[in-house]
Design a protein around this ligand. Structure first.
Ligand code: S3P
Length: 429
């Protein structure tokens, strides 16, 4: 059974977005590592973050529901117990990769698995650096989940990144946090730095020197009361929507605007878009409000150091090529091929299906402005990928009643996307 949505003329008004997924995962993990009682206020409750919560619960950490969040009661990372079953990371790469780092120095057996999509994603990228630190990890076909982590004697090391990934960086830092001495990780390009900023808030000794992050272990984390800001990557869908729907004017409030996440705004400015950003506070994870109006914008080529900063927004940026004055080309983004779906192939498939012109490269794609009408009988596919499903919903509403195979994947990061969108919708011109 396919789904489709009525045509929307424009989007107007003010909204908030669900809490940040990356920060919620980390708030659950770091609170679990701290001995005592932490409070996480406004966490994202989605399939991905619930997987992390269940995993920490499986090793003996208690989560108690309080108003607008959780009280997390833990014996600290030295007090984790053995999980009595396989830990299911569901669809969440962040859960699988961060927990591999967290559990590998624990001198116990752990086994991790995930859903059909996660079991196809590479885990050797975390096994490699952790093995260089002495970890003992067994992967299916030496690359995939299910994984078994075995007891080992790990030691601090100086690791050089071979892939730009905040998840791999975080795995190494979380292992290093439990080892006696200095563990360093040098990035190729800077990726999101929530692990560094938040571990500092929890009292860890973390030092940053350009692209090199060092942690001095073993850490004694101090329980925190932590507020999770809105997710910039979820806000991006409203920002993109403002550019897709004529006459739109949208304000998005209380969004996390950590500069390692907001490259999408830099890209938009490069494309000539005027977007306003006002700061609310300047904490380690700053927040602000974003205001954007529908306006014409140019195309361009996006590649290089910016790519890790916009990694989750690239499918949306590419799709905006349909609405730009010139084509939008993305390169150096081969990482997209190993996300929740092969996001290069997913976007290419849907652009072609809707009647647009697109070129596919091994490391990116080029989307041309729509010239002729669209194919009204298109059936867009979501590939069980939350971000592709949300783009499809926007396209269906933009052109009116375009069919989509299914959209249930939105539960992974933005369960109430349809409700929040509805609130802004203007149906009649
Ligand atoms: C994430 C890092 C990114 C991103 C993912 C969340 C994180 O993955 O795509 O949605 O929370 O660390 P990579 O680090 O694999 O690029």
């Amino acid at each position: 059974m396919t789904v489709s949505f009525e045509k929307i003329v424009s989007l107007k008004g003010s909204t908030t977005v669900p809490a940040d997924k990356s920060i919620t995962h980390r708030s659950f993990i770091f609170s679990s590592m701290a001995k005592g009682v932490s409070e996480i206020i406004n966490p994202l409750m989605s399939r991905d973050t619930i997987a992390t919560m269940n995993a920490m619960n499986a090793v003996g950490v208690e989560f108690e529901k309080i108003e607008n969040g959780f009280r997390i009661i833990s014996e600290g990372y030295r007090g984790f117990t053995e999980a009595n079953n396989i830990i299911n990371c569901d669809n969440s790469g962040t859960t699988a990769r961060l927990l591999t780092g967290l559990f590998s120095p624990q001198k116990r057996y752990f086994s991790l698995t995930g859903d059909d999509s996660l079991r196809k994603r590479p885990m050797d990228r975390v096994k490699k650096p952790l093995s260089d630190m002495g970890a003992s990890i067994v992967l299916r076909k030496e690359k995939y989940l299910p994984m078994i982590i075995c007891p080992s004697n790990m030691y601090p090391s100086d690791i050089m990144a071979t892939v730009s990934s905040a998840q791999v960086k975080s795995a190494v830092i979380l292992a290093g946090a439990q080892l006696e001495g200095i563990t360093s990780y040098t990035e190729i390009e800077t990726t999101r730095n929530h692990t560094e900023t938040m571990l500092k808030d929890f009292g860890a000794d973390i030092r940053i020197d350009g692209k090199k992050v060092s942690i001095i272990g073993p850490v004694e984390l101090i329980p925190q009361k932590f507020f999770v800001p809105g997710d910039f990557s979820s806000a991006a869908f409203f920002i993109g929507a403002a550019l897709m729907f004529e006459n739109s004017e949208i304000e998005i409030k209380n969004v996390g605007i950590n500069p390692t996440r907001t490259g999408f705004l830099d890209v938009l400015r490069m494309l000539g878009v005027s977007v306003e950003l006002s700061y609310n506070d300047q904490k380690s994870e700053p927040t602000g409000n974003i205001f954007i109006k529908n306006q014409p914008f140019s195309g361009g080529k996006i590649s290089g150091a910016l790519i890790p900063n916009i990694i989750d927004e690239i499918p949306l940026i590419a799709t905006l090529g349909l609405f730009a004055r010139e084509p939008i080309e993305i390169r150096d983004a081969e990482e997209l091929r190993v996300k929740e779906s092969d996001r290069i192939a997913s976007v290419v498939h849907n652009i072609k299906e809707i009647g647009g012109k697109v070129e596919e490269f091994h490391d990116g794609l080029k989307v041309y402005p729509l010239e002729n009408g669209i194919n009204k009988s298109a059936i867009l596919k979501s590939f069980h990928d939350h971000r592709i499903a949300m783009i499809n919903i926007l396209l269906s509403k933009r052109f009116g009643n375009i069919s989509i195979d299914e959209v249930s994947a939105i539960d992974v990061s933005f369960p109430d996307f349809l409700e929040r969108l509805k609130f802004l919708e203007v149906v009649i011109a």
